[in-house]
Design a protein around this ligand. Structure first.
Ligand code: FMN
Length: 372
C-alpha cells in the first residue's frame, strides 16, 4: 500500500504473524526501498515481499491534461499551493530492480503491468518468487507467458489503484470471485485473491473458490503500524461508499467518495503518473489541514469491516475466522454467527488452510521455501 499506509513496521508485523508482509516500493526511491527492506529485516526474520509499480506507456493526451489542469486551478487556490508539474516518470524502475537483484527477498510482486520475461528471470535467479497482479484472464495469460510464479488476482472491489495493464481500456472490471474462476480456466498458476477481503468469511470464500492465498489491504489500514493519515482513519471508520476515480492520479483507483472525487471524477483523463504529480501539492496541503475532502481516501468496498487493532492480531483473526467459516460451510451451518466465533465446533470437519506457521502459498505450491 504505497503512499503512506504501508510501513516497514506493518510489513514486519504481518510477516511475524504468519502472513507475508510487503514493502511498498511505489513512490519511494531505490535507496528508500533498500532502507525499508533493511528496517523490516531488523524486526523479523520471516519472509517478506516487495511490491513495484511497472512503468506505463509514458505518453498522455496533452490537450486533455491541460484542460484538466485548468479545471484544477480553483483547487490550487483553495489550498493555497500551485499545482505540481504533470510529468511522466518510471518510479525508479531500473534502480529498484538493480537493488532487488541482490536483496534476495521472498517475493517481488508487480502492479500496473507485466515486466518482460528477462526481468522476472533475473529476480528468480536472485532467489525471489515473482508475482504479477492481473485484473482479467487476458492479463493472466500475459503474466503466465512471461514466467510469473503466481498471479495476484485483483477484483474490482479492491481499494487503491486497479492494476489494469492498460488503464485507457476502461473495462467494467471483474468481481474477485468471478475473476478467480475465469482466471483458473486459463492458467494453473497459484492465484492470490485480492479485493474486498476484510474479514475471515471473505477470505474463506476465495480459498474455497481456488485461491492459494488472500491478499488484504484495507483490513490493515486502521492498525497502529499502518501509516494511514488520521483524517483517512476517521473516514474509513464511517459508512461512506467507495467509487473508482482517476481524479487524483490519472489511473483508476477505488476510494471513499469525497468532494474532490465528486467534482473532478468525470473529467479526469487517463494520464498516470502525470495527474498524480499534478495533484500532489494540493493533496499534501489537504492532508496537512486534516481536510478529508481534498485528497485520495483509498479504500476497498468492504472498508466498514476494517478493525482498529494491531496488525498481528488482524492477521491471526483473519486466519482463525476463515477457518471457522470454512468449517461452518462444510457442516452446512449458515447464519450471522459465521465469522464471529472464536472456536470451531468440535464436530465440524477440519479443512486444511494456510496457517500462520505455513510458508507463502506460492512457495508451498512449488515445494520450496522462500529465501529469507
Ligand atoms: C491505500 C492503498 C494503497 C495501495 N497501494 C498498492 C500498491 O502500492 N501496490 C499494489 O500492488 N497494490 C496496492 N493497493 C491494492 C492492494 O494491493 C490490494 O489489491 C487491495 O488493497 C485489495 O483490496 P482491499 O483493499 O479491499 O483489501 C493499495 C490499496 C490500498 C487500499
Amino acid at each position: 500500500m504505497a503512499g503512506g499506509p504501508s510501513t516497514p513496521a506493518l510489513a514486519a508485523a504481518v510477516s511475524e504473524a504468519g502472513g507475508l508482509g510487503f514493502v511498498a516500493a511505489g513512490y519511494r526511491t531505490a535507496e528508500q526501498m533498500a532502507s525499508d527492506i533493511e528496517e523490516v529485516r531488523a524486526c523479523t526474520s520471516a519472509p517478506v515481499g516487495v511490491n513495484l509499480f511497472v512503468p506505463g506507456p509514458g505518453a498522455a493526451d496533452g490537450d486533455a491534461l491541460a484542460a484538466y489542469a485548468r479545471e484544477l486551478e480553483p483547487e490550487a487556490s483553495r489550498y493555497g499551493t500551485p499545482l505540481g508539474p504533470a510529468h511522466d516518470d518510471d518510479d525508479g524502475w531500473g534502480a529498484k530492480l538493480a537493488v532487488l537483484r541482490f536483496a534476495g527477498v521472498a517475493v517481488v510482486s508487480f502492479t500496473f503491468g507485466c515486466p518482460e520475461a528477462g526481468v522476472l528471470e533475473k529476480l528468480r535467479g536472485a532467489g525471489s518468487e515473482v508475482w504479477v497482479t492481473v485484473t482479467s484472464p487476458g492479463e493472466a495469460r500475459v503474466g503466465a507467458q512471461a514466467g510469473a510464479d503466481a498471479l495476484v488476482v485483483q477484483g474490482i472491489e479492491a481499494g487503491g489503484h486497479q492494476s489494469t495493464f492498460d488503464d485507457r481500456a476502461d473495462p467494467e472490471g471483474f468481481g474477485v470471485l468471478a475473476l478467480l474462476r475465469v482466471t483458473r480456466a486459463v492458467t494453473e498458476l497459484p492465484l492470490i485473491a485480492a479485493g474486498g477481503l476484510t474479514d475471515g468469511p471473505a477470505v474463506a470464500a476465495v480459498l474455497a473458490a481456488g485461491a492459494a492465498a488472500a491478499q488484504v489491504g484495507t483490513a490493515l489500514m486502521l492498525s497502529p503500524e499502518a501509516g494511514t493519515d488520521p483524517a483517512q482513519r476517521e473516514a474509513l471508520a464511517g459508512e461512506d461508499e467507495t467509487a473508482l476515480t482517476r481524479a487524483f492520479s490519472g489511473r483508476r483507483a477505488r476510494g471513499l467518495r469525497n468532494r474532490f472525487m465528486a467534482e473532478h471524477g468525470t473529467s479526469a483523463p487517463s494520464a498516470y503518473p502525470h495527474i498524480h504529480h499534478l495533484t500532489s501539492p494540493v493533496r499534501a496541503e489537504a492532508r496537512k489541514r486534516g481536510d478529508a475532502d481534498g485528497f485520495n481516501l483509498w479504500a476497498g468496498q468492504a472498508h466498514g469491516l476494517a478493525r482498529a487493532a494491531p496488525a498481528g492480531e488482524i492477521v491471526r483473526g483473519l486466519h482463525r475466522d476463515a477457518r471457522a467459516a470454512l468449517q461452518a460451510a462444510l457442516a452446512g451451518r449458515v447464519g450471522p454467527e459465521v465469522g464471529r466465533e472464536d472456536e470451531p465446533r468440535p464436530h465440524a470437519p477440519s479443512p486444511e488452510i494456510g496457517g500462520p506457521a505455513d510458508p507463502p502459498a506460492a512457495a508451498r505450491h512449488h515445494g520450496r521455501s522462500p529465501s529469507r
